[in-house]
Design a binder for this molecule. Structure first.
Ligand code: S3P
Length: 214
């Protein structure tokens, strides 16, 4: 399982600006997929959301690792990125198949998942809500650098230049998500709270507290 700090590193207190734009208000939110570049906070925010909503949280990278019996870094090292992308797509298809059976889930995608066309198509066709966790690339770089410990390095975090170029190339895909949320300078809890509010999930939590919803 990916072990990274549960906090977005590099946060500085800043003036809060609320920038949530919902594109398809009609999307049903029984599964929420968190999308965004490395360091966006997909896994940390997803874990908090899962706890708050009492929904199962899943990190797609963990599923890939379980299926392959290797860590993400080992797959990249032993078999290369193309093999990783193949394994990622298969894991995603399996997950979407499971979701068809119902049940609420929060899913953190890998940074490259939504940038692959066939993945994006499969996700969008499934009708799940996708949320792009956005942040300036310098903050993403800083968060990844601060989270990096021996054995948990991200294979695609190489040089700052390459990181910036990859981010630029993927941005147009991330922005096709159902919703975009600006995470700059915000804590994990703040981001999770904004998602709950934006999706109207607060009602579910309140009803759960009142014992109306399992
Ligand atoms: C990747 C991001 C990683 C992981 C793999 C590839 C990418 O996930 O899926 O190393 O292509 O950006 P995180 O975004 O959780 O770091």
């Amino acid at each position: 399982m990916k072990k990274r700090s549960g906090k977005i590193a590099g946060n500085k207190p800043r003036v809060r600006r609320k920038r949530v734009s919902v594109r398809h208000a009609e999307s049903r939110a029984n599964a929420v997929f968190l999308v965004g570049f490395m360091g966006a906070g997909k896994s940390s925010v997803g874990r908090v959301l899962g706890d708050q909503l009492n929904w199962v949280f899943e990190d797609l990278d963990d599923r890939i690792e379980r299926r392959a019996g290797q860590t993400i870094a080992e797959i990249f090292r032993n078999s290369g990125e193309a093999e990783f992308r193949r394994a990622e797509h298969e894991a995603l298809v399996q997950l979407l198949e499971e979701l068809r059976g119902g049940g609420a889930r929060i899913v953190a995608l890998g940074g490259g998942t939504f940038a692959q066309e066939k993945n994006r198509r499969a996700i969008q066709a499934s009708g799940v809500t996708t949320i792009f966790l956005d942040a300036p690339v310098r903050e993403l770089w800083q968060r990844c650098t601060e989270q990096s410990t021996p054995g948990s390095e991200r294979p695609l975090q190489v040089t700052a230049n390459q990181f910036r170029e990859l981010h630029k190339a993927r941005l147009p895909y991330y922005t096709t998500a159902t919703m975009r949320l600006d995470t700059e300078g915000k804590s994990i809890d703040d981001i999770a709270a904004e998602i709950v509010q934006a999706l109207g999930l607060k009602r579910i939590i309140i009803r759960q507290e009142q014992g109306e919803v399992e």
